[in-house]
Design a protein around this ligand. Structure first.
Ligand code: SF4
Length: 86
């Protein structure tokens, strides 16, 4: 999982940091300018908490599993050729 913070939306509320300081660090002015960052599996729940707490909706979760699910499968049950016994 990756997170992306849109710095053009961030208003420096620091809610993300309050909820998940291990994921969302702040600069000297209180803005989260991490850009795009890989999140360790043990920190994914915290990353989601921080995303949900951002009042500006500046945080996007980039979930690798969603990208994988877009890949076509070779499942014969959904094949247009009909059942295997015909
Ligand atoms: S909660 Fe949102 S607006 Fe506030 S610092 Fe974090 S990313 Fe920026």
């Amino acid at each position: 999982m990756k997170v992306r913070v849109d710095s053009s939306l961030c208003q420096g509320h620091a809610m993300c940091h309050a909820l998940a300081p291990e994921v969302y660090t702040l600069d000297d002015l209180g803005f989260c300018n991490i850009g795009e960052k890989e999140v360790h599996p043990t920190q994914q729940a915290a990353a989601l908490r921080g995303r949900d707490g951002c009042p500006e909706r500046a945080i996007t979760i980039l979930d690798h599993s969603e990208q994988v699910s877009d890949t076509p499968t070779l499942d014969h049950r959904s094949s247009a050729k009909g059942p295997p016994y015909s």
